[in-house]
Design a protein around this ligand. Structure first.
Ligand SMILES: NC(=O)c1ccc[n+]([C@@H]2O[C@H](COP(=O)([O-])OP(=O)(O)OC[C@H]3O[C@@H](n4cnc5c(N)ncnc54)[C@H](OP(=O)(O)O)[C@@H]3O)[C@@H](O)[C@H]2O)c1
Length: 271
């Protein structure tokens, strides 16, 4: 952390802090008394956020990194190992793809696997020894309700989010009684830049299903305090996740295929 930081304050490292849920996590944690380490590719966005956090009395260290690149990931891991005030890690950086797996560019699929699987694995592995030895800390892995979905167009997204849930649930068992909490945060559709990056028209999804990013973050932090390992913000998405879990596979497959076909049809109509 920078010289100006008050060294009594806990530190949170947030990946994907340049936009959406990550920036909301950073602002919310700053208000709760954390200093922040801000990770994403767009340095200028992180600088602007750090200036905002300074007005809240929090130190924000800017750490530009592309977490799909080995050298950048190793640099962030090193930062974590060297930070003895690290109390919270939020593995949030992510993106969506909506192409059939066999028709898509392998580089994009591979980048998603690196960002959603490899980066949280490495950063969590770097953070836990210190947290366990200090007997306190928390890791939030931003997953999705898509963790319980299978369907055309989102093969790697669903698979990587399912990994994050399973990873987190098993870690919770290992960490039980050691003072360190873990959570897989599973939001549904949330207003962020995610769908702009994906190139998806938000109007394709009824307003009823959209969540506010601040609401999602508040629910996550509230659930963390309560020790909930799987956090699903809102009653409607809790219910939906329950339906997904109970659904027979043939129905899930049919629904997944239909959803992709409908999205394709609506895109073609718009084009
Ligand atoms: N929005 C939703 O509806 C929704 C629903 C369920 C789950 N989620 C999950 O929520 C998380 C946050 O997404 P969001 O909705 O906040 O989307 P967002 O507004 O697009 O933000 C994504 C963040 O990830 C960062 N990022 C992307 N690629 C990166 C890379 N290679 N290295 C480092 N950082 C990278 C982006 O920063 P740079 O571009 O500056 O690198 C940005 O800060 C994701 O894991 C997503 O899967 C979102």
């Amino acid at each position: 952390m920078t010289e100006s930081s008050n060294n009594q304050r806990p530190v949170a490292l947030v990946t994907g802090a340049s936009a959406g849920l990550g920036s909301v996590f950073a602002r919310t944690l700053a208000k709760q008394g954390y200093d922040l380490i801000l990770v994403a590719r767009r340095a200028e966005r992180l600088e602007a956020l750090a200036a905002e956090l300074a007005e809240l009395g929090a130190a924000g260290e800017v750490c530009p990194a592309d977490l799909t690149k080995d050298a950048d990931l190793a640099r962030v891991e090193e930062k974590i190992r060297n930070c003895d005030r690290l109390t919270m890690l939020v593995n949030n950086a992510g993106f969506g793809l909506d192409k059939l797996f066999h028709e898509s560019d392998l580089a994009g699929q591979s980048a998603m696997a690196r960002l959603h699987v490899l980066a949280p694995t490495h950063l969590t592995h770097a953070a836990l020894p210190g947290m366990v030895s200090r007997g306190s800390g928390a890791v939030i892995n931003v997953s999705s309700v898509a963790a319980w979905l299978q369907g055309a167009g989102g093969v790697m997204y669903c698979a990587t989010k399912a990994f994050l849930n399973s990873f987190t649930l098993s870690l919770a068992v290992e960490l039980d009684g050691l003072g360190v909490r873990v959570q897989a945060l599973c939001p549904g559709f949330t207003y962020t830049e995610f769908h702009d990056v994906l190139g998806m028209d938000r109007k394709l999804v009824p307003k009823f299903w959209w969540l506010d990013a601040q609401y999602v973050v508040d629910q996550s932090l509230r659930d963390l305090k309560r020790g909930k390992v799987i956090s699903i913000p809102s009653a409607r998405y809790k219910l939906l996740a329950g339906v997904f879990r109970a659904m027979p596979q043939w129905l899930m497959n049919r629904m997944g295929k239909k959803r992709h076909e409908e999205l394709q049809r609506q895109r073609e109509k718009k084009a």
